[in-house]
Design a protein around this ligand. Structure first.
Ligand SMILES: NC(=O)c1ccc[n+]([C@@H]2O[C@H](COP(=O)([O-])OP(=O)(O)OC[C@H]3O[C@@H](n4cnc5c(N)ncnc54)[C@H](OP(=O)(O)O)[C@@H]3O)[C@@H](O)[C@H]2O)c1
Length: 375
């Protein structure tokens, strides 16, 4: 069997690192054909020394001592076009460009990057429909639902994506004002990059996930439910019309869904620790608290509104999270800034990539303006 050539975009990040662990275990199946990095030259150099990829893409002005080096969006598109499987694990909206390129070239996209579907879902789905490419979700909840649906459509009543509830699940709402970045970065069950960890603390991560689920599974927004499950053992559930629920369980380890996206429909042994039911005494389920986590409610609103609203929601959130991490705004101001930005939307063309990119840029500037007004 010839080895599949993998382009790992965002190789230096948290998903990138877990993907490398999977590739290390299955060297007979996969070859690391290309990587991309943004700022972490040291980590990128180590990956090159170990895996000897054909190409390295830098998405910033940083360079490695490496001959086949490509740059920016064009570089991402080139390697996405050439690889067999493209793991899109960069942060930010840049993920949309290699995703579209890979789909057009009929490739498999193992999609971790949330922004691609949240901000450009309709456009990406159009490309997908007219291509021989495929998207296999990497996000644990979507991987779970993808596996559970397995061709079922008509019999599905609702889908449930689980949320750990983040570090402030049990904190009284009045105390959230005082939360510092270092408190919000302590996730109880998952180890992830900084941005997504803050999104988990505001539960906006779950909001982004319901929008992704809508695009991936063609299920109407009211049939996508969020259930708080602090153990993070069940990642998704599907409720069937006859009242049966089927659930997907595993340890909270991204290596499991990453590997599945690479090997689908096959399953191979995994470097992750396996789930032991005898170590878990109870599985808890709670309703999400929309008053305490207003960002989650906003996500349902923008999904129902459609058009450019999800792109604005995503961009305003990203800016607000960066401002919170830099100590510029309070934790509770993140959803407030997003709400204000959404309210001021002057209207953009949601049918084109350019229109949505314009909405994204506007939302970032508007988020900064709103932050100045708050202080
Ligand atoms: N972590 C998880 O468990 C998880 C689960 C599901 C989905 N996701 C999604 O997967 C994506 C990556 O998450 P992560 O937690 O792995 O993030 P991360 O640890 O922050 O890593 C982000 C990666 O993207 C690169 N990057 C940063 N800014 C970039 C830019 N402007 N253009 C291109 N590349 C850029 C980084 O390069 P440098 O490090 O070299 O700067 C790094 O390789 C996000 O969309 C996230 O929502 C993550």
């Amino acid at each position: 069997m010839s080895k599949k050539r993998v382009a790992l975009l965002g190789a230096t990040g948290s998903i990138g690192t877990s993907t490398l662990e999977v590739l290390r275990l299955h060297r007979e199946r996969f070859e690391l054909f290309a990587i991309s990095f943004h700022s972490n030259v040291e980590k990128a150099s180590k990956i090159v020394d170990e895996f000897h990829p054909e190409y390295v893409v830098s998405t910033s002005n940083k360079k490695l001592e490496f001959e086949n080096q490509l740059f920016g969006i064009e570089g991402l598109k080139t390697v996405a076009h050439e690889a067999d499987i493209v793991v899109v694990a960069t942060g930010g909206i840049v993920g949309v460009f290699p995703t579209i390129e890979a789909l057009k070239a009929g490739k498999r996209v193992a999609l971790a990057n949330k922004e691609t579907l949240v901000s450009f879902g309709n456009i990406v789905k159009d490309v997908l429909r007219n291509s021989n490419g495929e998207i296999i979700p990497v996000d644990s909840e979507h991987s779970a639902i993808f596996q559970l649906l397995d061709g079922r459509r008509k019999e599905v009543k609702n889908i449930y994506i689980t949320a750990s509830g983040g570090p402030f699940r049990a904190k009284p709402v009045e105390e959230l004002q005082k939360v510092r970045p270092e408190d919000a970065l302590k996730h109880p069950t998952w180890s992830m990059g900084q941005k997504i960890t803050i999104d988990s603390a505001t539960m906006i991560n779950k909001g982004l996930e319901i929008i992704e689920a809508y695009h991936l599974f063609d299920v109407s927004p009211e049939r996508i439910k969020v259930v708080v499950h602090p153990q993070s053992i069940i990642h998704g559930m599907v409720e069937l019309v006859d009242g049966a629920f089927i659930a997907h369980l595993s340890t909270p380890d991204m290596k499991i869904p990453i590997q599945y996206a690479l090997t689908y429909p096959e399953r191979l042994s995994s470097p992750a620790k396996t789930f032991n039911p005898f170590e878990i005494s109870q599985l808890i389920f709670e309703k999400p608290d929309f008053e305490k986590f207003p960002g989650l409610k906003l996500a349902y609103d923008v999904l129902n509104e459609g058009r450019e609203y999800p792109a604005i929601f995503n961009a305003a959130n990203e800016e607000a999270v960066f401002m919170f991490l830099r100590g510029r705004i309070k934790f509770t101001e993140i959803p407030e800034i997003i709400r204000r930005v959404l309210e001021n939307n002057p209207g953009f063309d949601p049918e084109t990539l350019d229109g949505l990119l314009e909405a994204d840029q506007w939302a970032r500037q508007e988020a900064k303006r709103q932050a100045e007004r708050l202080t």
